[in-house]
Design a protein around this ligand. Structure first.
Ligand code: C2O
Length: 618
């Protein structure tokens, strides 16, 4: 059944869509469509008619609906039913206890639990029945009047009383409750803390959070078609903090006092921000860096489901040390960069945006995450192997939110994968401009030939970082000898990256960086494999996670496909590097088809066969 519906879905895929071209081969996609990009960049001309066609062509492709119905998820044996389950709020929520330094003083409260329900116990979610689609517009080219509507809705939300779960304060606290230890996994029988960052819950949790936020805003202005704006920091025209968020200062409902208000609002965001403003850079150069960062996080380094979504996190896992957990490329990249870039540099704990406990207090948070959520939608369009996780523990993970009528509603990941059913969509360029921003090598061939890779670094376990650390790693035989096989994936994995969670952390990983000052490499260079960055989270607690860097395209670009070994350099600008260590650095070679099958619970392996890329646990 599953395979039948999938095949049918594939067969009906319109061939006119550029993103339906051979997905694994992104180079081809770029080549074929380079000429069209110009046209799409101009799609900022927003049509006057708000009501676009409800059919989203992507959903024709996905066919996952077939999978859900073929496998009765609720009837799965309990042996593999360990989805993270948020307890009903009351009385199972407690004050936030992690993620900030109380000694330094707090600008926001730690009493982050939602008010008690006036509408009885939690209800199950029902999909909206209306036909209208809420359209989310990019702020920099929104239709007339649209941002004023948003402002007005935000003003009304701020005016709601504290016992109303829809009030802005209560909405802001949702993030704190889920990210700073207000909930445990008690509903699953585990006392571990519940955490929705650093793992595969990142995209779905935030999608639900915004979904209800948007419905509440719409309700407040009496417009059920209202769609949340998005801050399109990935497109050249959207790379500044939108001025509407500052104009008029404190009387503006979109303003936040704990924001980097000293910064010139004309500045271009740095999607590779490491805590310090870049020196001597021009706007054009910063834009270029940003576009390459987007390319890397959405394409090169989001090659498989696990790299894009983050790794497995199920009931019983400790939030800070889940063994299969890893961070999503977008989460650790531009998502975190924006949080840090926007925060008030003078605040004790990075308030507001630079700390999870306070981030929800800045209205920019919602439009920032609206764009993060859009990345999920775009990624799925960018290739047929770009699929949502299908592991039951992902599908059945659930959270509880208040809806626009103050009803507590339980929602599941599996209910949020289809935006068409949730009745919202993004208006914007069908093909983002950064699909053409494939980085170029910085080192010349002769510079490269000087790199000494003759002896592998002996001990790559439990290394504490200094500011620049270099390792030589041998590549798996299979990876370097095969002829191009799109179903194989070679990944550089940094396991057990651990650091003090109440500090922001960023480090960059370079491959075969020839003898050039390591600080000179940026996302514009092929040698820059990617960066790992986090927003402070756990107070005085070591966080431990994994980050993955798919290597195939990088090695090809620097002409190292046939090399037996590579040189890996880790660079950080952080001052207290003794806080950061890496458990193990290794290169792994996978066959996508195999992990796809092997990682699924036995009852689902038949279904997995037609899925290609899976949830990817080992
Ligand atoms: Cu829950 Cu941008 O973080």
């Amino acid at each position: 059944m599953a395979s039948l519906s999938f095949t049918l879905a594939m067969a009906t895929t319109p061939s006119s869509s550029p993103f339906f071209s051979k997905p694994a081969n992104q180079r081809q996609l770029i080549k074929t469509h380079a000429k069209q990009t110009h046209r799409f960049q101009m799609s900022c001309n927003v049509p006057s008619d708000d009501h676009e066609k409800p059919v989203d062509r992507r959903n024709l492709l996905l066919g996952l609906g077939g999978l859900y119905s073929a496998v009765n998820l609720t009837g799965l044996p309990s042996a593999f039913a360990d989805p993270i389950t948020t307890p009903s709020f009351n009385p199972n929520c407690r004050d936030a206890g992690t993620g900030f330094d109380v000694k330094k003083g707090l600008l926001r409260t730690t009493a982050c639990c939602p008010p008690e329900s006036k509408k009885g116990p939690e209800k199950q979610f029902e999909f909206p029945k209306h036909d209208e689609i809420r359209i989310r517009y990019p702020i920099h080219c929104a239709p007339e009047g649209y941002m004023n509507k948003f402002k007005e809705a935000m003003r009304l939300m701020r005016a709601l009383p504290d016992d109303d779960p829809r009030s802005f304060k209560n909405q802001a606290k949702i993030h704190c409750a889920y990210c700073n230890g207000s909930y445990t996994q008690m509903a699953t029988g585990s006392q571990q803390e519940l955490l929705i960052h650093f793992n595969w819950l990142f995209f779905p949790f935030h999608r639900w959070y915004l979904y209800f936020f948007e419905r509440i805003l719409g309700e407040l202005i009496g417009d059920p078609t209202f769609g949340l704006p998005y801050w399109s920091w990935d497109e050249r025209e959207g790379m500044k903090i939108p001025p509407t968020f500052r104009e008029g200062g404190e009387s503006n409902p979109l303003y936040d006092i704990y924001r980097n208000n000293i910064r010139n609002y004309e500045a271009i965001v740095d999607l590779d921000f490491n805590g310090k403003d870049r020196e001597d850079t021009t706007d054009d150069y910063q834009i270029k860096i940003n576009q390459h960062a987007m390319y890397r996080q959405m394409m090169r380094n989001a090659f498989d489901t696990k790299s894009f979504f983050g790794g497995k996190y199920v009931a019983g896992n400790t939030p800070i040390d889940a063994k299969d957990s890893s961070v999503a490329s977008i989460e650790a990249g531009c998502h975190t960069a924006i949080h840090r870039w926007v925060r008030d540099p003078g605040s004790p704990n990075g308030e507001d945006m630079g700390n999870f406990y306070s981030a929800g207090y800045d209205p920019l948070f919602y439009v920032h995450h609206s764009n993060v959520d859009r990345m999920w939608a775009l990624w799925k369009e960018m290739g047929e192997s770009n699929r949502d996780p299908i592991h039951p523990d992902w599908l059945n993970a659930s959270y509880v939110f208040y809806d626009e009528k103050q009803n507590p509603v339980r929602v599941y990941n599996k209910q949020c994968v289809d935006m068409e059913k949730l009745k919202y969509k993004y208006h914007g360029p069908e093909i983002p401009s950064w699909v053409n921003s494939r980085p170029k090598p910085k080192c010349s061939a002769s510079e490269r030939s000087q790199i000494d890779i003759t002896s592998a670094t002996k001990d790559v376990k439990n290394r504490t970082l200094t500011n620049v650390d270099t390792f030589v790693l041998v590549r798996p035989e299979t990876a370097r000898t095969r002829t191009v096989d799109e179903s194989e994936i070679e990944v550089l994995t940094l396991n057990n990256i651990s650091f003090n969670g109440n500090k922001a952390v960023k480090f960059d990983v370079l491959v075969n960086a020839c003898n050039i000052d390591t600080n000179k490499f940026t996302p514009a260079d092929s040698e820059y494999a990617g960066s790992f960055a986090t927003v402070p989270h756990n107070h005085d607690m070591k966080i431990s996670t994994t980050f993955r860097f798919p290597l195939r395209e990088l090695l090809k670009d620097i002409g190292a496909e046939g090399n037996t070994a590579i040189q890996v350099t880790i660079v950080t600008q952080e001052k207290e590097t003794e806080n950061i260590s890496i458990g193990e650095i290794k290169i792994e070679d996978y066959s996508l088809a195999e992990i796809s099958k092997a990682s699924l619970p036995t009852g689902l392996q038949g279904a997995g066969a037609n899925v290609g890329v899976d949830d990817l646990t080992e």
